[in-house]
Design a protein around this ligand. Structure first.
Ligand code: ATP
Length: 284
C-alpha cells in the first residue's frame, strides 16, 4: 500500500516575541495559516526494518538530519514499530525560507505513517510527538489557521482569514531561524503587532484590516542584515500588494492581494528581482 500526504507551507500573518525564557526558548505569539504551496510525500513499507528517504531536490539532507526521517524514527521508537518505510519527498517549498517546509514534511510523515502502520494515534497525540521535533510541527499537523503561543507549540484554532491571493518571493539567501532569534533583543523591542486587532480583523473577515495589522518583530533583525529583503517588500508595495510581510525568520516575503487582476503584475514585476516567486491561494 502506498500513502500520499500533502505538506503545505505556512505563513505568519503575525509574529511577536514576548520575551526570552530561562530555558533559552523565546515566548512567542503567532497567527499562522497555510498556503497552497506544498511538498508531497509518498510512503510505503519496506521488507527490511529501515528508513529510506529519497528526493530529487539535491539541496536537502536525506539522512537523520531530515525532519521527515526524524519523524519516522520517533514514531517507530515510541510505538514500537519494527517495520521499515520508504519515503519519497517531492520538494516544492523553498528551503530555509521561513515557510516551515521541513516542519510540514515532518508533520506529513507523522500523519502518513500513523495511517500506514495503523497506529490509531489521535491528532492531539501526533501534535505532542511533533513538538519534540520542532516548535512549528504541531501547527503543521493541525493545519488551518491558529494562534500559537508558548514557544509556538500551544495552539488555538481560529477562523480562516478572508480568501485572497498570496504572492511569495524568496531572495537567493538562506536564513537560519536560530541565528535570527539569537540576534533578536527581545526585551528591547519598542513596537509589537497587536494580536487582538488581528484576531478581530479575521473574525470580522475584514481583508483591509488583516492587511493593516500584519506584523513580524523578526523583520527588525532580518531586514537589517539583508537589504534585499527590504527591497522586495518595497517592490511588492509599489506593485500594488494590499499587505506585505516577511514570513517567519525570512527571507521569504509575502504579499496579500484581493484582486486577481493585480496578481500577474506583481508576479511578473517580482521575477525581475528574484527567481523564486509563487502566486498561490490561502488554504482556507
Ligand atoms: P521555519 O519557518 O520552521 O524556520 P524554514 O522554512 O526556515 O523553517 P526549512 O525549510 O524547514 O526552514 O529548513 C531549515 C533547515 O532544515 C535546512 O537547513 C535544511 O537543511 C534542514 N531540513 C531538514 N529536513 C528538511 C526537509 N524535509 N525539508 C527542508 N529542509 C530540511
Amino acid at each position: 500500500m502506498k500513502i500520499y500526504e500533502k505538506a503545505p507551507a505556512k505563513i505568519n500573518l503575525l509574529l511577536d516575541v514576548i520575551r526570552k525564557r530561562e530555558d533559552g526558548y523565546h515566548e512567542v505569539e503567532m497567527i499562522m495559516t497555510m498556503v497552497d504551496l506544498a511538498d508531497r510525500l509518498e510512503m510505503y513499507e519496506l521488507p527490511r526494518d529501515q528508513i529510506v528517504l529519497s528526493s530529487h531536490a539535491g539541496y536537502i539532507p536525506l539522512d537523520e538530519k531530515n525532519l521527515a526521517f526524524q519523524a519516522a524514527r520517533l514514531l517507530k521508537e515510541r510505538c514500537g514499530v519494527s517495520r521499515g518505510v520508504y519515503i519519497h519527498l517531492d520538494k516544492h517549498i523553498p528551503v530555509a525560507a521561513g515557510l516551515a517546509g521541513g516542519s510540514s514534511d515532518a508533520a506529513a510523515a507523522l500523519r502518513g505513517l500513523n495511517r500506514l502502520w495503523n497506529l490509531g494515534l489521535s491528532v492531539r497525540e501526533l501534535e505532542e510527538l511533533g513538538a519534540e521535533l520542532g516548535s512549528d510541527v504541531p501547527f503543521c499537523i493541525r493545519g488551518g489557521t491558529a494562534l500559537a503561543t508558548g514557544r509556538g507549540e500551544k495552539l488555538e484554532t481560529i477562523s480562516s482569514p478572508p480568501q485572497c491571493w498570496v504572492v511569495l518571493a524568496k531572495p537567493p539567501i538562506n536564513v537560519s531561524t536560530a541565528d535570527v532569534y539569537g540576534k533578536l533583543r527581545a526585551n528591547e523591542l519598542k513596537e509589537h503587532p497587536s494580536v487582538p486587532a488581528m484576531l478581530d480583523a479575521i473574525e470580522r473577515q475584514s481583508f483591509a484590516d488583516v492587511c493593516a495589522n500584519l506584523g513580524n518583530v523578526l523583520e527588525s533583525v532580518t531586514l537589517g542584515r539583508y537589504p534585499e529583503v527590504r527591497q522586495i517588500k518595497d517592490v511588492m508595495t509599489k506593485l500594488g500588494a494590499d499587505g506585505v510581510l516577511m514570513s517567519g525568520s525570512g527571507p521569504t516575503v509575502f504579499g496579500l492581494v484581493s484582486k486577481e487582476s493585480k496578481v500577474a503584475r506583481l508576479y511578473n514585476g517580482l521575477r525581475g528581482f528574484c527567481k523564486e516567486v509563487y502566486a498561490v491561494r490561502l488554504l482556507t
